[in-house]
Design a protein around this ligand. Structure first.
Ligand SMILES: NC(=O)c1ccc[n+]([C@@H]2O[C@H](COP(=O)([O-])OP(=O)(O)OC[C@H]3O[C@@H](n4cnc5c(N)ncnc54)[C@H](O)[C@@H]3O)[C@@H](O)[C@H]2O)c1
Ligand SMILES: N[C@H](CO)Cc1c[nH]c[nH+]1
Ligand SMILES: [Zn+2]
Length: 433
């Protein structure tokens, strides 16, 4: 049973703070184990990948090979049925259309002094795309990672995905073909992140690692940041459903369980101003749980991280929403647009009763790789901007140097940096340069 909190109870603040704190710990307490795995891959390369993949994924990479071959992808394309391929293509098209709108433009202009300034955007050369595969398999995450990378113009799209007990879902490989992935390695977890960051005999290192994963993957990305770029911390999934009394308890229960079934560490929270609805949703969750193939995971998630919060009215929910900073926020209320301007922290917002978060997982067109563990306070979901970087460009002639040089020299002298001052004065034929 999820915990139940009432905003009007005296102990609310203490219990709410405890709920937020638990979420943070989920992704931090595997840090030591992950550090050991990263050090092992740095020291022993492929040999460590082989050992760790045997230990955690039950796969014999010496037999199966680290790299997935083109022939395997051809075979996978033949295995996937037409309905699924059509759905993948529809999803890819919609993701491409939406993400193409995010492409930033170069900007060059000349200011009043005649100084030319500009911003130039270039794609990152090589990107590692982490596709999760421990408990469920995620063809949709292949598209979410790879399509924006291709839109941005990335040349090497290096995907890693764990092959549980040696098997790779053919739909994952088909998605990789459709999205234009250029290399695939059947490894997962912290060892895959380490291989992408530092390279091994077989895998050339990349410049940035993106993509969602479990707590081990999230911790590994944190630890390699600096050596390579990372997108964000996209760990175990979360949903916050904000609902008024006009909802179907069954619909809301389905939405809460759609996150819970991802992972024991996933989190589903309901906030409502209607106590009867809260009771009905709790009953509906328990009834629907029994029907899920991932029942054990969903049950553990709902029991250990789920929460139902009742508030006096929905305006009282607003500060709570912003403190939770959920990956996904569903506004299942009559007038969602009234609430939206007050939302500061959320990875993605789903408006109204007919926009279940699951549409965003697959075919909405927006990205489902989103910040978790409250990192929506300072980061955004995956976008084309994650695959490009901006370089500034500056151009002066003698007149512009003459106009700006004296102030630059004054500042260099204030900082005690003589060579800086000379670098400017020497071009201005100033005495003493
Ligand atoms: N935030 C997002 O945008 C988003 C999107 C999709 C999925 N997700 C999340 O991704 C996660 C996927 O998790 P998953 O487990 O199915 O797949 P995963 O690929 O992230 O993790 C599997 C790997 O974890 C490693 N691992 C497992 N147990 C370990 C242990 N005890 N010690 C060291 N390493 C260990 C193994 O190497 C294994 O290959 C879920 O939490 C899901 O909620 C998030
Ligand atoms: N809800 C997940 C993001 O947290 C994404 C996903 C992929 N497949 C199904 N769901
Ligand atoms: Zn999902």
């Amino acid at each position: 049973m999820a915990i139940r909190l009432d905003h009007q109870e005296p102990d609310f603040e203490e219990r709410f703070a405890a709920l937020l704190a638990t979420k943070r710990e989920v992704s931090i307490d595997v840090g030591d184990a992950v550090a050991k795995i990263i050090a092992d891959v740095r020291a022993r390369g492929d040999a460590a990948l082989i050992e760790l993949s045997k230990q955690y994924d039950g796969i014999d990479l010496e037999h199966d090979g680290l790299a997935v071959t083109e022939a395997e992808i051809d075979a996978a394309m033949d295995l996937v049925d037409a309905r699924t391929l059509d759905a993948l293509r529809l999803a890819a098209e919609r993701i491409e259309a939406h993400h193409s709108r995010q492409l930033p433009r170069d900007d060059f202009y000349e200011d009043a002094l005649g100084v030319k300034l500009g911003s130039r955007w270039t794609a990152i050369e090589a990107v590692g795309l982490y596709v999760p595969g421990g408990k469920a398999s995620y063809p949709s995450s292949v598209l979410m990672n790879a399509v924006p990378a291709r839109v941005a113009g990335v040349e090497r799209l290096v995907m890693t995905v764990p092959a549980r007990a040696g098997a790779l879902n053919p739909v994952v490989l088909a998605a990789a073909r459709i999205a234009g992935v250029t290399e695939i390695y059947r490894i997962g977890g912290a060892q895959a992140v380490a291989a992408l960051a530092f390279g091994t005999e077989t895998i050339k290192p990349v410049d940035k690692i993106v993509g969602p994963g479990n707590a081990y993957v999230a911790a590994a990305k944190r630890q390699v940041f600096g050596h390579v770029g990372i997108d964000m911390i996209a760990g175990p999934s979360e949903v916050l459903v904000v609902a008024d009394g006009g909802n179907s308890a069954d619909w809301l229960a389905a939405d809460l369980l759609a996150q819970a079934e991802h992972d024991e560490a996933a989190q589903s929270i309901l906030i409502t101003d209607d106590r009867e609805l809260a009771d009905a949703v709790e009953r509906a969750v328990l009834a629907q749980l029994t029907t899920l193939s991932g029942r054990e995971r969903a049950e553990a998630s709902w029991r250990d991280h789920g929460a139902v919060i009742t508030v006096g009215d929905l305006t009282a929910a607003l500060p709570l929403i912003n403190r939770i900073a959920a990956e996904h926020l569903e506004l299942a209320v009559e007038r969602p647009h009234d609430l939206l301007p007050h939302i500061r922290n959320a990875g993605a917002v789903f408006m109204g009763r007919h926009t279940p978060e699951v549409i965003g997982d697959y075919v909405g067109g927006s990205n489902h790789v989103l910040p978790t563990a409250r990192s929506a306070r300072f980061s955004s979901g995956l976008s084309v901007l994650d695959y490009v970087k901006r370089t500034s460009v500056l151009e002066l002639g003698p007149d512009q140097l003459g106009a700006l040089g004296p102030a630059a020299i004054a500042l260099a002298e204030a900082e005690g940096l003589d060579a800086h001052a000379r670098s400017v004065s020497i071009r201005m034929n100033m005495p003493g340069s």
